[in-house]
Design a protein around this ligand. Structure first.
Ligand SMILES: [Cu+2]
Length: 122
């Protein structure tokens, strides 16, 4: 009799375990990117990922704002000596700078100086 009872409890346990498996929790569906959503085409966005800037060279018009969007596991910043220095950025953070004058502006990551990029302003 005792054996029969224990079989009953085991089968109950298995049943409950299976029932819990079927309930799924809804995942995060928000893919909004509010910081740059007001930008028309997003063509002035430089992605920071895999220890590099992409695109490496971006060409914009004078008066345009360039947005760096960090999407890497490691923290990075964006430094152009004499022009700007971003705070240290982590995944999901953005930094923007408005380029008023035409020219070629080189920049790099202050943490990993081998990470380099160029902004060409027409
Ligand atoms: Cu870096």
């Amino acid at each position: 009799m005792k054996k029969l009872l224990s079989i009953f409890f085991v089968s109950m346990f298995v049943f409950v375990g299976c029932a819990q498996k079927t309930s799924t929790t809804p995942t995060d569906t928000s893919e909004k990117q509010p910081e740059v959503s007001q930008k028309s085409a997003g063509s002035n966005v430089v992605m920071i990922a895999d220890f590099s800037f992409a695109p490496k060279t971006i060409t914009v018009n004078s008066g345009d704002t360039v947005v760096w969007r960090h999407w890497d596991v490691a923290a990075h910043d964006v430094v152009s000596p004499g022009l700007f220095k971003s705070p240290i950025l982590e995944r999901g953070k953005v930094f923007s700078f408005k380029f008023e004058k035409a020219g070629t502006y080189e920049y790099y990551c202050g943490i990993h100086p081998s990470m380099r990029g160029v902004v060409v302003v027409k």
